[in-house]
Design a protein around this ligand. Structure first.
Ligand code: ATP
Ligand code: MG
Length: 262
């Protein structure tokens, strides 16, 4: 039976995925269901290889599902979902401005509007002075700001982020978390983000989805109880420590197994 949900929600129902590589099939996901309310921020945590990236790719139409249903909100004339990847998400041969405008080209937006929107987003991520630079001339944090700006600029109602801050040093990462949440609070896109960092998941999201080891299933769907806007101050709250410990308890065994069988 179909779950009742607003048409602008993202709905995945009983999604399973099997890969055939070599002789043995690999079940990456099993009966994975998730509904994301419009404008919500959700993080997925799970052991390595449990199918997190596969799930994002299925949602965004980059990968076929073996079984199950996926519904994304109609994105007007625009692409339904925009991706941000950990690394290599920006084109090295394009300038910063062209990288941001590229997402809009994929959506069929005319050139003048593309450039206007891209410049606006460059301002918003404080990269206006780097419009004509190439990605290799930027720091890792700046490159990820380009990737994030490109995703927001597409106009897609849904942003799918696969460890977008995973390659950054700890301090840059904390600054980027603040920037990302400020952009999201202003735009209220539906964000689904994969992270290995439990603190990041709690600080950023409305819900933390904990997955089991492969084949990835839903282990727990946890509502984060802290009000917004949030600051890193919440880390001092005893409720924060309890939540952190709970998530780690849910992950620990599967993370060890994944590590030993990698
Ligand atoms: N194209 C593919 N062909 C064959 N197997 C694949 C393919 N893509 C993923 N897999 C397998 O599916 C499983 C899930 O992979 P996936 O990349 O989704 O995991 P993940 O949860 O994102 O892991 P990580 O935390 O390391 O990024 C793994 O066993 C992986 O080897
Ligand atoms: Mg992955």
């Amino acid at each position: 039976m179909s779950t009742a949900s607003p048409s602008s929600a993202v709905v995945a129902e009983d999604v399973s995925k099997v890969f055939f590589s070599g002789t043995d099939p690999v079940w990456a996901l099993e009966d994975f269901s998730l509904t994301l309310e419009p404008g919500s921020f959700t993080c997925i945590v799970g052991p390595s290889g449990c199918g997190k990236s596969t799930f994002l790719r299925i949602l965004g139409g980059l990968e076929e599902r073996t079984v199950g249903e996926v519904t994304l909100p109609a994105g007007e004339d625009r692409i339904p979902a925009a991706f941000v990847f950990q690394e290599h998400g920006v084109f090295p041969w394009m300038t910063v401005l062209d990288n941001i405008a590229f997402g809009l080209r994929m959506s069929g937006v005319g050139k003048a509007e593309r450039l206007r929107t891209a410049r606006e987003w460059l301002e918003r991520v404080r990269l206006a002075d780097f419009a004509d630079s190439y990605p290799h001339q930027l720091s890792g944090g700046m490159r990820q700001r380009v990737a994030i700006a490109r995703a927001f600029a597409t106009g897609s109602p849904v942003l799918l982020m696969d460890e977008p801050l995973g390659a950054l040093d700890a301090q840059t990462r904390m600054l980027m978390q603040e920037e990302l949440i400020a952009l999201w609070e202003a735009e209220r896109k539906t964000v689904l983000m994969v992270t290995h960092d439990i603190d990041e998941a709690i600080i950023l999201s409305d819900r933390v989805i904990v997955m089991s080891g492969r084949p990835g299933t839903l282990r727990e769907d946890i509502t984060v109880p802290f009000d917004r806007p949030r600051s890193f101050e919440i880390e001092r709250d005893p409720e924060y420590s309890a939540l952190r410990a709970r998530v780690w308890d849910l992950l620990r065994e599967d993370a060890r197994t994944a590590e030993e069988t990698a």
